[in-house]
Design a protein around this ligand. Sequence first.
Ligand SMILES: C[S@@+](CC[C@H](N)C(=O)[O-])C[C@H]1O[C@@H](n2cnc3c(N)ncnc32)[C@H](O)[C@@H]1O
Length: 275
Amino acid sequence: MSGNSDVPSARIDETVPSVARAYDYMLGGKEHFEVDRNLVDQIAGVFPQPGQLAWVNRRWMTRVVRFMARDLGIDQFLDLGSGLPTTENVHQIVDRHQPNGTVVYVDHDPIVSAHGRALLAETERSWFVRGDLAEPDRLLADETVAGVLDWNRPVGLVHAATLHWVDDSRDPWAVMRRYRELLPAGSVVAASHLYNPGGDDGAKTDDIARRATAAGMPVTFRPRERIESLFDGVELFEPGLVRLAEWWPEGPPSFNDPWDYVFLGAVGRLSLPGT
Ligand SMILES: C[S@@+](CC[C@H](N)C(=O)[O-])C[C@H]1O[C@@H](n2cnc3c(N)ncnc32)[C@H](O)[C@@H]1O
């Protein structure tokens, strides 16, 4: 076990909502406080059934990890902003297709850290590191990350519902560029990101972002071009950057949920450095 001990949120604060705990509440988990539930319940006044937001994303993540492990043969994964253990964690999906696969989970939340370590007691091929995903140099130098992953072979980098928590002042575009520079050639990146589609739905995402930020959990729903440029230098697999329900190469997609319209995601292979 390892991790950066001075990452933000080193102690559990029950007075400010936490992304990991609010997300757990949305997924129907048990690790949340009143402050987390209040924020999610407020969001329900803007968009119905906020739990669907989490499930739309979680199902997408299941599909893309399966695609990477089964169809692309990726057998080592770095799951950034992994969240609390729930059903279908990355190592369980990987295990079905790559029984000798390895997974390193990373999150900065202290509750996730505690549960991540407990979960890992059940498995021999996954690890948890507490660290900041917006600091790629530091994270990839971590002794577990550097020691467990084989830097001569492609890595699957999973950024599921993470980068909208990295505000513009921390330059998520530079963060992604740096991962591209540091990861082995042929690595594959998957990312989903909250999306501001403009119009009436955009007004709703602005409202949600205002409420979350006022509660101490700042989030940025970005327009399509800003999300697209996070994938600069990445050759996207079909169907490209799309609403999460549309990222379903094996068909059939479903578009019944209003939350499908405020999340975009893509999977692509990193171009060789300098290309
Ligand atoms: C919405 S949850 C997504 C969990 C999981 N990736 C999924 O898609 O189901 C986002 C997670 O990212 C973590 N997170 C946010 N910012 C982070 C940062 N700068 N460094 C590490 N983890 C971060 C939060 O603690 C939370 O657990």
